[in-house]
Design a protein around this ligand. Structure first.
Ligand code: FES
Length: 330
């Protein structure tokens, strides 16, 4: 294999070859992306995602599901969502083996706390993708973990073959509910007691996320990690409305001041002022627009930053200052 360092990159993106499409389960396709020249890809850590440019103005984020030790491919899995915004449908219908696909370098907002105690991984449906990568990594580390895969039935299970070794080791547990969550995994019982040092990771659809959040509400701060793959129907925190009709953003390096109407989107306003703010999901899910700030009381509306990160960064595609001023570290 050619081992040149990474595929051609431009503007933070690279063009990869769609080498394989595999039907993993009902409505789920896995897509294997590789360097067209057979070279190594930028390394990624378990929990990472990439932006996939599906079409003009159509960019979606997908978690990498394969073993992070692999450098020759990225594997994503996509559930066709008939009620979604069109990304999964376009991928399923338009993408063909041999296509060139533009993707971002991997980013991670769902990191493993390596070296901690036991890891409890809980996947709801297609939420298996980042957790599968985590299971590979934990296995490589010789760490203690258990993976719970909640699904409607066996016909909706992706990666069954790739996960078989975890099942043989009694680390993987399937929970089929036939479409009725009450018949599935008892999250309250599973998470009732937190073993010292243990961490929880979960990813899945909105109702599942809420249920995991409720069942782990008593876990110690910093030990519960989750990733939404879709904006929840209800914002986690209601956006704060203030009387002032605008606020002022100051650019720390130049002193440039930009007045932003409260009705405007902050990321768009910054871009229009010529600042280098990139966006992708525009929903607070991907971290592309993450920007460090030096001063300001922020109304955070993202789904990716934890408390510590929120003290340093904001995602201007969805967040903005509560008060009249914001200083950005740009
Ligand atoms: S563009 Fe995705 S978080 Fe802002």
């Amino acid at each position: 294999m050619n081992t040149h360092p990474s595929p051609t990159e431009s503007g933070g993106t690279m063009t990869l070859l769609l080498r394989q499409i595999r039907m993993e389960a009902k409505d789920i396709h896995a897509y294997e992306l590789a360097d067209p020249e057979g070279g190594t890809l930028p390394a990624f850590t378990a929990g990472s995602h990439i932006d996939v440019h599906i079409g003009p103005n159509l960019v979606r984020q997908y978690s990498l599901s394969n073993d992070p030790a692999e450098r020759h491919r990225y594997v994503i899995a996509v559930l066709r969502d008939g009620r979604g915004r069109g990304g999964s449908k376009a991928l399923h219908e338009r993408f063909r083996v041999g296509d060139q696909v533009t993707v971002s370098a991997p980013r991670n907002h769902f990191e493993l706390a390596e070296g901690a105690g036991k890891a409890i991984l809980i996947a709801g449906g297609i939420g298996i993708t980042p957790l599968k990568a985590m299971a590979h990594r934990l296995a490589a580390l010789g760490a203690d973990f258990e993976l719970h895969y909640c699904a409607r039935g066996p016909e909706t299970v992706a990666f069954e073959g790739a996960l078989a070794s975890f099942a043989e080791q009694q680390r993987l547990h399937y929970h089929f509910d036939g479409g009725d969550p009450a018949r599935g995994l008892d999250l309250t019982a599973l998470l009732a007691t937190q073993e010292a040092g243990s961490h929880l990771y979960y990813c899945g659809p909105a109702g599942f996320m809420d249920a995991c959040g409720r069942a782990s509400a008593h876990w110690r701060a910093g030990t519960v990690h989750s990733e939404h793959f879709k904006v929840p129907d209800q914002p986690t925190v209601a956006a704060v409305e203030t009387d002032a009709s605008s606020f002022v953003v100051e650019v720390a390096s130049t002193g440039q001041k930009i007045t932003v109407p409260r009705s405007a989107n902050l990321a768009t306003a910054l871009q229009q002022a010529g600042l280098p703010i990139s966006t992708s999901c525009e929903s607070g899910l991907c971290g592309t627009c993450k920007t460090r700030y030096l001063c300001g009381d922020i109304d955070h509306q993202d789904y990716i930053l934890d408390e510590a990160a929120r003290r340093e960064f904001l995602t201007p595609c969805v967040s903005r200052p509560r008060g009249a001023a914001l200083v950005l570290d740009l």
